[in-house]
Design a protein around this ligand. Structure first.
Ligand SMILES: [Zn+2]
Length: 65
């Protein structure tokens, strides 16, 4: 098994860690499929949540100022 997050013993993906998130996004900003990310089911799900949250926070910061 070569799940990026399991290997690093990361249980919760930090949505502020955009550098890590970007690894698993396509050039168009979409989440890559599990076949491409190589993540386990658990972390693939967590990744999707983290990316959604990161997008949401980005929207928030746009509208703040
Ligand atoms: Zn994993």
């Amino acid at each position: 098994m070569h799940c990026y997050f399991c290997q690093r013993n990361i249980k919760e993906i930090n949505f502020r860690d955009t550098r890590a998130l970007e690894k698993f996004m396509s050039a168009l900003g979409k989440i890559r499929s599990r076949k491409k990310t190589g993540l386990c089911a658990y972390h693939q799900r967590r990744l999707a949540q983290a990316i959604k949250r990161a997008r949401f926070m980005a929207l928030m910061s746009y509208t703040k100022e």
